[in-house]
Design a protein around this ligand. Structure first.
Ligand code: ATP
Ligand code: MG
Length: 234
């Protein structure tokens, strides 16, 4: 699904990504862990075609990122730190807008269904500007999956969510996984990573320092490996 070879990203004379090699199979649910400033969001932005790599190769579904970014854009849903929503629009208007942008047929039906799924039907027609942080995040999640993407790129998706919304999000990710969707999720929340991911990668100083499979939601293993690689504790 994703093939990354010798990827580097340089900005302002600073090497943010320093030669990442990574291959991700269709249907995998992968957590990207690492300290602040490690390059996690930068990696996601490269995959979301928002910034160009300085060197290296990136392929998504066999398509070269350099040559096919328009085709690639249709394949993924991206949830960045910011919501990308239009403040003065309601959830319904936002989701219909983004749905149509992605060529979703029955965009209105799909929008109503998604708002219900994230538990905000009561606020279907309220402008998003009046929403709390968690409510905005719920609609932002709905926006990122409006076109039922094959690949989900999520940057700290659990931020600001209450327990109910965390369950909703995890169920969304797992039910999409059951349909074959691949998920790449940046997070600082080891518990959620262990809960839903079957593979963990750790990035430090723009390099991939660990990559392992996870079975039986082994939260302890995640903490141990992180401490070893990032904090140097064994
Ligand atoms: N456009 C840019 N120009 C210069 N430096 C940048 C740019 N974008 C990111 N950086 C730098 O690259 C480094 C990695 O940033 P990035 O946002 O990828 O980190 P992160 O791992 O997502 O961190 P966090 O956990 O805090 O979200 C940081 O030192 C940041 O200051
Ligand atoms: Mg980040």
């Amino acid at each position: 699904m994703i093939e990354i070879k010798k990827l580097t990203k340089q900005a302002d004379n600073k090497l943010i990504l320093r030669g990442i090699d990574l291959s991700i199979e269709k249907g995998e649910t992968v957590a990207i862990l690492g300290p602040n400033g490690a390059g996690k969001s930068t990696l996601l932005k490269v995959l979301a075609t928002l910034i160009k790599p300085s060197s290296g190769l990136v392929k998504i579904n066999g398509l070269d990122l350099k040559k096919n970014h328009l085709e690639i854009k249709k394949l993924f849903g991206y949830l960045p730190h910011s919501s990308l929503l239009y403040d003065h629009y309601s959830p319904l208007e936002n989701l219909v807008f983004f749905g149509k942008l992605y060529g979703v047929t029955n965009a209105e039906e799909r929008a109503i269904e998604l708002v219900k799924e994230v538990g905000l039907s009561f606020f279907l027609n309220e402008p998003v500007k009046n929403f709390s942080r968690g409510m905005i995040q719920r609609i932002a999640i709905a926006r990122s999956i409006v076109h039922e993407p094959e690949l989900l790129l999520l940057d700290e998706p659990h931020t600001g969510l209450d327990q109910g919304a965390i369950s909703i999000l995890n169920n969304v990710i797992l039910s999409m996984k059951a349909k074959g969707t691949t998920t790449l999720m940046v997070t600082h929340d080891f518990k959620q990573a262990a809960e839903i991911c079957d593979r963990i990668i750790i990035i430090k100083n723009g390099k991939l320092v660990d990559d392992f499979k996870l079975e039986d939601r082994a939260l302890n293993l995640v903490s141990e490996k992180y401490q070893l690689q990032v904090e140097g504790v064994s």
